[in-house]
Write a protein that binds this ligand. Structure first.
Ligand SMILES: C[S@@+](CC[C@H](N)C(=O)[O-])C[C@H]1O[C@@H](n2cnc3c(N)ncnc32)[C@H](O)[C@@H]1O
Length: 407
């Protein structure tokens, strides 16, 4: 896809080609291309429309029905923020009083559109000309072109004195290969520029990889980890006046791929836990119930805060399973009842599962090098019953917990 093809897709003929492509996309690509050509579409337009239609189908999980009107690149879609997460962030910026925002490296505009939807005036800057043109087209398609404008250029040259706040979601994949970048110094815009924004603009938010090293979090910033239906999706640094707590875990639930309502994510249920991020949970023996904390809680280093809330303890200081005597209802962890605690031995585990006629297991693990699928094969399961196996360490020793669901 290039700028000329994008321009062609935005003509009435291109729009008809996109409609036709949407009807045939999702099946055999060769048959779809042949169907479009036999309908009289020029081959180049048919190919471009089909690529967009396939990307739009894939984008529904991130953007909901709005994906059907968006212009997308594969790389831009992979890096884009899913809508409920962008909507929550936008609502928080609006509630903090941000009225004008620079989105430095706005990509296809997923975050910028969310901010515009809550009434924030957004100035997007994007280095890649095609991506910038698509972001502008996406603003127009959403009816937000007056609130979200895009300039193609280098974000590091943007005059941040023009705005109340800045948002930066640096590229963490190499252009061309699409491979992930783990070293923040190789992000684009570069990390020094990104963290330096917080010193220049009182309302700064930076989206970062969920695996970010806590040592990189600027002093005084709030670090928030977000999960959607149990999958860790991102982390964000809320700097300056936006920092409210040292660490926060935000859990979005109930179809986080679903778009939020117009008021800004209010329709998506969410749960939050916050704390210092450096407290340590007490350690004790295994107990009748085991809790598997949500990955956002674990990455935010809030396991001690959760342990307090659940009256639970760790069984190994370095492993984030919590143990309690009662099955407390919590959105922050999954709870299982422990029926057996065994030092890990394949032979003993196989014998126990055979006695119980267990034919199906789910396998959870923390602190174990065992490979779940290999273990499942080695167990040679037979029977009608189901069990959950938790592979872990207890006081340093490899251990398996045989569990069943609570209530
Ligand atoms: C992770 S993506 C942004 C995704 C966006 N937040 C979204 O949800 O759609 C980062 C973008 O920054 C752009 N970029 C990288 N370095 C830049 C720079 N120095 N100036 C402007 N844009 C830049 C990349 O081309 C890429 O599109």
């Amino acid at each position: 896809m290039d700028l000329d093809q994008l321009a062609a897709l935005r003509t009435p003929e291109g729009s008809a080609a996109l409609d036709a492509a949407a009807r045939v996309a999702g099946g055999d690509p060769l048959a779809a291309a042949a169907a479009l050509r036999s309908a009289g579409l020029p081959p180049a337009l048919a190919a471009a429309a089909l690529t967009q239609a396939e990307l739009r189908r894939r984008a529904v999980g991130k953007f909901g029905p709005a994906a059907a009107g968006m212009f997308l690149t594969r790389a831009g879609l992979e890096q884009a923020t899913r809508r409920p997460v962008a909507d929550r962030r936008a609502a928080r910026l609006r509630d903090a009083g941000v009225r004008t925002l620079a989105d430095l490296g706005c990509g296809l505009g997923a975050d910028a559109l969310a901010a515009a939807r809550v009434g924030i005036r957004v100035y997007g800057v994007e280095a890649d000309p095609l991506t910038a043109a698509m972001a502008a087209a996406n603003a127009e398609a959403a009816g937000l072109a007056e609130l979200f404008t895009v300039e193609c250029g280098d974000a590091t040259a943007f005059d941040v004195d023009r705005v109340d706040g800045v948002f930066c979601d640096p590229a963490r994949r190499r252009a061309g290969t699409g491979r992930r970048i783990f070293d923040p110094n190789a992000y684009s815009p570069p990390w020094d520029f990104v963290v330096g924004l917080a010193e220049r603009v009182p309302y700064t938010v930076v989206k970062v990889a969920p695996g970010i090293d806590h040592a990189l979090i600027p002093a005084g910033a709030e670090a928030e980890w977000v999960s959607a239906d149990g999958d860790l999706v991102e982390a964000a640094l809320w700097c300056g006046r936006l920092a409210a707590v040292p660490r926060r875990a935000t859990l979005l639930r109930g179809g986080a791929g679903r778009p939020a309502d117009a008021s800004g994510a209010a329709g998506i249920p969410f749960f939050q836990l916050s704390g210092s991020g450096d407290a340590e949970a007490a350690v004790g023996p295994t107990r009748r119930y085991v809790y598997d904390p949500d990955p956002a809680v674990v990455r935010a280093h809030l396991v001690a805060e959760l342990a307090d809330a659940l009256d639970a303890t760790l069984a190994d200081p370095s492993i984030a399973y919590l143990y309690g005597d009662a099955p407390a209802a919590t959105p922050f962890a999954r709870c299982l009842e422990v029926t057996d605690v065994l030092p890990f031995s394949l032979k003993r585990l196989r014998a126990l599962l055979r006695d119980r006629r267990v034919g199906r297991v789910e396998i959870l693990k923390r602190g174990s090098a065992l490979e779940p699928e290999k273990l499942r094969r080695d167990l040679r399961l037979a029977g009608d019953e189901a069990a959950s196996l938790v592979l872990t360490r207890v006081a340093g020793a490899p251990t398996v917990l045989v569990c069943r669901p609570v209530g």
